[in-house]
Design a protein around this ligand. Structure first.
Ligand SMILES: *Cc1c(COP(=O)(O)O)cnc(C)c1O
Length: 359
């Protein structure tokens, strides 16, 4: 068996310990005589798995009692619709557009109401987080929306916007559990788990209870009403059982590493190694404004398409895989999620030095 250093933006690498544990439990989950994949979602055993996952997530993020945790399907993209369907009461929302994902979310929300783009960094290919001072928040906005970490461009909000009392909705897909966060600052924090937490197929929605409405219009599909999912404890229908089980293991792994403060320290150390190299490199360049840099997704280019291509190919031959940038921006991207070990980044930087010397 040979494991590579997988820099994929998502689905992405998972902690090896978690994969080994899951492998051991594959055929017989703790004496049940069956795999978690084969188990009824209404069984006591599965109820135990989902309850424990929720409890560990609550512990990690210090989630207050007036927030619900939902384990859903449909990915982050389905939340682009669910958020406006559930939250637009006056029919208006403010969006900060810092990349393709926020743009898609804003576009989807337009189907359901009025969307104001109150800030955008589209003018410079989303290479920075816009100035958050004096944002023109609409008095009638039902919420303010951000994509907290921009997976494709490698930018991150290092502070949250002042929403003037409006609920903040944040897509945290690519920075979920990468550092401590104050849940009380959010109305909804949600993310697909396939970037930093688990296998594709689960989206976690952490929602303040007062945003779970009972008076939704008739046309909102039952499955997309947060109330349906909250009342049923994410078990209205069959949930993504196996994915939730793996997420639960990752929560335990993070706790064992020292929780979110330890994740932040580890992630800062990894990102610093790569950014420090990029900042002095004569070949590679990070196109992001320094104050907006992401710890999770680090983008870089050589400035020559043929060299970028050669780099990705040669890196792969050395077991440094999935370094190709998003198809919309080109270049390279190294995703340094929680599960990427420091040694992986060391190996990447060592190869970059070698490649630089050769070109
Ligand atoms: C990957 C990603 C998405 C899309 O997630 P799906 O689960 O595929 O819908 C949305 N937002 C961000 C920030 C992402 O990184």
């Amino acid at each position: 068996m040979k494991r590579v250093y997988n820099f994929s933006a998502g689905p992405a690498c998972l902690p090896e310990e978690v994969l080994r544990e899951a492998a051991e439990e594959m055929l017989d989950y703790r004496g049940c005589g069956m795999s978690v994949m084969e188990m009824s979602h209404r069984s006591k055993v599965f109820q135990g798995i989902i309850d424990e996952a929720e409890a560990d997530l609550r512990e990690l993020l210090s989630i207050p009692d007036n927030y619900k945790v939902l384990f859903l399907q449909g990915g982050a993209s389905q939340q682009f619709a669910a958020v406006p369907m559930n939250l637009m009461k006056k029919g208006k929302a403010d969006y900060i557009v810092t990349g393709q994902w926020a743009k898609k979310a804003a576009k989807e929300a337009k189907r359901y109401g009025e969307v104001n783009i109150i800030a955008s960094s589209e003018d410079k290919t989303y290479s920075y987080i816009p100035d958050l001072e004096g944002l023109p928040i609409d008095e009638d906005a039902d919420y303010v929306y951000i994509c907290e970490n921009n997976t494709i461009y490698g930018t991150k909000f290092h502070r949250l916007p002042d929403t003037k009392g409006k609920p903040l909705v944040a897509d945290v897909s690519s920075c979920f559990l990468s550092e401590p966060a104050d849940i009380t600052k959010y109305g909804i924090m949600y993310g697909g788990v396939q970037k930093n937490i688990g296998p594709a197929g689960v989206v976690i929605v952490i929602i303040r209870e007062d945003l779970i409405r009972e008076d939704l219009p008739e046309w909102v599909p039952t499955m997309l009403q947060y109330k349906t999912q909250a009342d049923a404890g994410s078990l209205y229908n069959t949930p993504p059982c196996y994915g939730i089980y793996i997420c639960g293991k990752v929560f335990k792994w993070i706790r064992a590493q020292g929780g979110l403060p330890a994740m932040l320290e580890r992630n800062q150390r990894k990102a610093k190694l790569l950014y420090d190299f990029l900042d002095q490199s004569s070949l590679f360049h990070n196109p992001v404004e320094p104050g907006s840099r992401s710890l999770m997704n680090v983008t870089f280019v050589t400035g020559r398409e043929d060299l970028d291509k050669a780099f990705v190919k040669e890196a792969e031959e050395r077991g440094l895989v999935n370094l190709k940038g998003h198809r919309s921006v080109g270049g390279m991207r190294a995703s340094l999620y929680n599960a990427m070990p420091y040694e992986g980044v060391e190996a990447l930087v060592a190869f970059m030095k070698e490649f630089e010397a050769a070109h």
